[in-house]
Design a protein around this ligand. Structure first.
Ligand code: COA
Length: 186
């Protein structure tokens, strides 16, 4: 029900952005972002995927919408330039969702991630009536922590050494952040 409602509200529009289901139209963006060290640092490192592998990945992402699941969304500037991916992964049984975001490093530091996430929070709380939106972050991903704190999330706990960083052979803590409907301010 909540997934279907979210899909029915797409595309989302903000002052500077349009947010639509991810599709194979986003192939150049994903191939570009796969190679950005800054973008991939906390997501397992640079990805050496072929164009064919990424097309299959994007097709799979898009097919989720056809199955009634609100999957990955692509964030576009109003001139049609794709700049990143975001999404709310809804847990209908518990009436909550996790939020995700990853932006092309050419378009960070401009408030676009905050603007896209604010829209998802408004959809989640105001339109879907979710009770909670949450995210987890590797402890030294400062930009992601700052973003969540800017959005009003609370640090709820630490999962010690829950993340294994392959390229540096290290364990890092995962930080759990959450925002409740009763705490949410537009
Ligand atoms: C996490 C991530 C999305 C954060 O992006 P970001 O660029 O820091 O966030 P925003 O787009 O909201 O930009 C915020 C910055 O833009 C500035 N800004 C400039 N113009 C602005 C505007 N018009 N409105 C709001 N902020 C603006 C803000 O002051 C802020 O600067 P600061 O970081 O120096 O304080 C990005 O770093 C990323 O994609 N990282 C890689 C993927 C990743 O780690 N994802 C999370 C996994 S948990």
């Amino acid at each position: 029900m909540l997934n279907e409602k979210m899909i029915s509200l797409l595309p989302f529009e903000t002052e500077r952005l349009i947010i639509k289901p991810t599709s194979i139209d986003d192939i150049e963006l994903i191939l570009k972002m796969d190679k950005q060290e800054d973008t991939q640092r906390y997501l397992g490192g640079i990805k050496n995927k072929t164009r064919e592998e990424r097309i299959a990945f994007l097709e799979k992402k898009n097919s989720k919408f056809k199955d009634g699941h609100a999957g990955s969304l692509t964030v576009y500037l109003k001139d049609g330039t794709p700049i990143g991916f975001t999404g709310l992964s809804i847990d209908e049984d518990n009436n909550n969702a996790s939020i995700s975001y990853i932006f092309d490093s050419d378009y960070t530091g401009k408030g676009y991630a905050s603007e896209a996430c604010r829209k998802l929070l408004s959809i989640g709380f105001d339109e879907l009536g979710l009770n909670k939106i949450y995210a987890d972050v590797i402890s030294d991903n400062n930009r992601s922590k700052v973003l969540l704190e800017r959005l009003g999330f609370t640090l709820e706990g630490v999962r010690r050494e829950a993340a294994y960083i392959k390229n540096t052979n290290e364990y890092k803590d995962f930080l759990d952040y959450g925002l409740l409907k009763k705490e949410y301010k537009k």
